[in-house]
Design a protein around this ligand. Structure first.
Ligand code: SF4
Length: 384
C-alpha cells in the first residue's frame, strides 16, 4: 500500500466544493464559476473519490467533517445530502460528529438552511467579512449588508452553533469602521467568530492593484490597534480567544480546525485539497477537468505526495501549535518527536522569551500578547 494512505489515527475529513458565484478580489482558493451541470458531475465524482478512499484506507475512522470552498451553500440540500450519505456509508464516522459547512449570504434561503440542519449539519460558517457595503465592494464580495443580515437572522433560527467570518486591515479602513463591523457581529452574538487580517496573495485581483499601486496596506500600527481592540472587546463579551484568529463561546471551538493546529491527520477531497496522515502529505490536482478525468479512469486525483522529514515536521507542528493560545504541550511534543523541544530550540526559545514574544514554562510554550501581534516573526525564527 502506498504509505500516504496509511492513516493510523482517526482523521478530520475536508471536502472542497470548488464553486463560487464570482471571484472575490482577495481570494486565492481554488474555485470556478458554477453551473448546475458541473455541480451534478462534480458530486458524482466526489462520491467516487470517497468510495475509492474507503476501499484503500486501513483505518477509515472519521472524527470531523468539514465542507469548505469555494461556496458549498451553492449546492442544493439534495446534493449535500448525497455527499454526506456517501461519507457515512463509506467511513466509520464517530458518534455526534461535528459537521461544518461554509456558506455565503447570497446563496442561502431559509428552506436550504433548515434542510442543511435537518440532514445533520451542526455548524455553519458564514462569510460575512464586513458590515459596510463599500468594504464588501472593495473585497469583491457577491453580497451586500442587507443580504448578510437576512442570512444571519435565518441561520440563527436553526443553528445554535454558527461562525461569522470578518476581515480586517482593509485598504483605507478606519478604526471606527472596523469597530462598527465588530459591534454588529457582537449584536448577533454568534457562538464563534473568525477574524482574519487581509492578506494580499499573489495572483489575486488585489495583488495586481497592489503592484500597480492602486491599493495599499494599512499601517502596522493601525492593524495592531484593530486586532488588540477586537481581542479585548470579544473577551469582555465572554468569548474565549483560543487561536490567533478565532474566538468561541463555551465549548463551540472548531473541532475540525483544531485538528490542523494540533498537527493531526486529515483527509482532503476535491480539487486542490490536501491530506496529511501525520507523516506524508498529498495534494489533489487543482484543475476541475483533470480531477474529473482521473476519477473517471478509476484513479485517485492525487498530483503530488510529499514525504516530510523530521525537521520539517517539527517546524510545522511548532508554528501550527503556537497558533493556539494554549500553545504547545512540552510533554506531548517529546512523545511525538522523541526529542525534547528544549534540545532543539533552546537558544531560539530563550531569545523569543527575552523579547517578550513567548512564555516558556515547564509544561507549555505559548505566545504572549506581543507575540500574537508578531506571530509571523516568531514563526520565522523557528525554521530549522
Ligand atoms: S466566496 Fe470564498 S472561495 Fe469564493 S471567491 Fe470569494 S473568498 Fe474565494
Amino acid at each position: 500500500m502506498n504509505r500516504y494512505l496509511n492513516y493510523k489515527k482517526a482523521f478530520g475529513l475536508y471536502i472542497h466544493i470548488p464553486f463560487c458565484q464570482s471571484k472575490c478580489n482577495y481570494c486565492d482558493f481554488y474555485s470556478i464559476k458554477y453551473t448546475p451541470q458541473k455541480m451534478r458531475e462534480y458530486v458524482d465524482m466526489l462520491k467516487k473519490e470517497i468510495e475509492l478512499y474507503a476501499d484503500k484506507l486501513i483505518n477509515n475512522r472519521c472524527r470531523t467533517i468539514y465542507l469548505g470552498g469555494g461556496t458549498p451553500s451553492l449546492l442544493s440540500p439534495q446534493l449535500i445530502e448525497e455527499i454526506l450519505i456517501t461519507v457515512f456509508n463509506s467511513f466509520n464516522v464517530v458518534e455526534n460528529v461535528e459537521i461544518s459547512m461554509e456558506a455565503n449570504p447570497e446563496s442561502l434561503t431559509e428552506c436550504k438552511i433548515k434542510a442543511y440542519r435537518e440532514m445533520g449539519i451542526n455548524r455553519l460558517s458564514l462569510g460575512i467579512q464586513s458590515f459596510l457595503d463599500e468594504e464588501l465592494k472593495f473585497l469583491g464580495r457577491s453580497h451586500d449588508v442587507i443580504d448578510s443580515i437576512n442570512a444571519i437572522i435565518k441561520v440563527e433560527k436553526h443553528f445554535d452553533n454558527y461562525n461569522i467570518d470578518l476581515i480586517f486591515a482593509l485598504f483605507r479602513q478606519t478604526f471606527l469602521n472596523f469597530v462598527y463591523s465588530l459591534n454588529q457581529v457582537l449584536d448577533f452574538n454568534p457562538s464563534h467568530i473568525s477574524l482574519y487580517k487581509l492578506q494580499i496573495e499573489d495572483g489575486t485581483k488585489l495583488y495586481k492593484r497592489f503592484k500597480d499601486k492602486k491599493t495599499n496596506l494599512i499601517s502596522e500600527e493601525l492593524d495592531y490597534k484593530m486586532y488588540n481592540h477586537a481581542i479585548k472587546k470579544l473577551q469582555e463579551a465572554g468569548y474565549n480567544h483560543y487561536e490567533i484568529s478565532n474566538f468561541s463561546r463555551d465549548e463551540h471551538r472548531s473541532k475540525h480546525n483544531i485538528i490542523y493546529w494540533k498537527y493531526e491527520p486529515y483527509l482532503g477531497l476535491g480539487p486542490a485539497a490536501h491530506g496529511f496522515n501525520g507523516k506524508q502529505r498529498y495534494k489533489n490536482y487543482s484543475n476541475f477537468r483533470k480531477y474529473i478525468y482521473e476519477l473517471k479512469k478509476g484513479r485517485l486525483p492525487v498530483q503530488d505526495i510529499i514525504k516530510l522529514n523530521k525537521k520539517e515536521m517539527i517546524f510545522e507542528s511548532m508554528f501550527m501549535g503556537l497558533r493556539l493560545t494554549e500553545g504547545i504541550d512540552v510533554e506531548k511534543f517529546k512523545s511525538k518527536f522523541d526529542v525534547s523541544i528544549f534540545d532543539i530550540y533552546d537558544n531560539v526559545l530563550q531569545e523569543l522569551k527575552e523579547d517578550n514574544l513567548i512564555v516558556v514554562d515547564k509544561k507549555r510554550i505559548y505566545l504572549t500578547k506581543k507575540g500574537l501581534n508578531l506571530a509571523n516573526l516568531v514563526f520565522s525564527k523557528l525554521i530549522l
